[in-house]
Design a protein around this ligand. Structure first.
Ligand SMILES: [Ca+2]
Ligand SMILES: [Ca+2]
Length: 95
């Protein structure tokens, strides 16, 4: 786990976004299809837990901030901030 510092996490975020964003249409943004693929593959444990899935679905609906049906990198990063806060909340509830 030596390489798992925050710098690596940020680089992974950028690479993960690019990987899904380039599969169809605009290579710099996520379409709803690309977003679904990303959520399913990158949040496997969240998608298993019903309560977390409800939260994830709710946030996914709010993810496209300007409503143009495409998720930009900025919208993606803001979403991850909200998601991180939601997960932190779930974790503290479980204690
Ligand atoms: Ca795309
Ligand atoms: Ca958008």
């Amino acid at each position: 786990m030596a390489s798992c510092n925050l710098e690596t996490v940020i680089n992974n975020l950028i690479q993960t976004f690019d990987k899904y964003a380039r599969s169809e249409g605009d290579k710099g943004t996520l379409s709803p299809n690309e977003l679904c693929a990303l959520a399913r593959n990158e949040f496997p444990s969240l998608c298993k837990d019903t309560k977390s899935e409800a939260i994830l679905t709710g946030i996914l609906g709010d993810m496209d901030l300007d409503g143009d049906k495409e998720v930009t990198f900025k919208e993606f990063v803001l979403f991850l901030c909200f998601l991180t806060m939601a997960i932190k909340e779930i974790k503290s509830e479980k204690k």
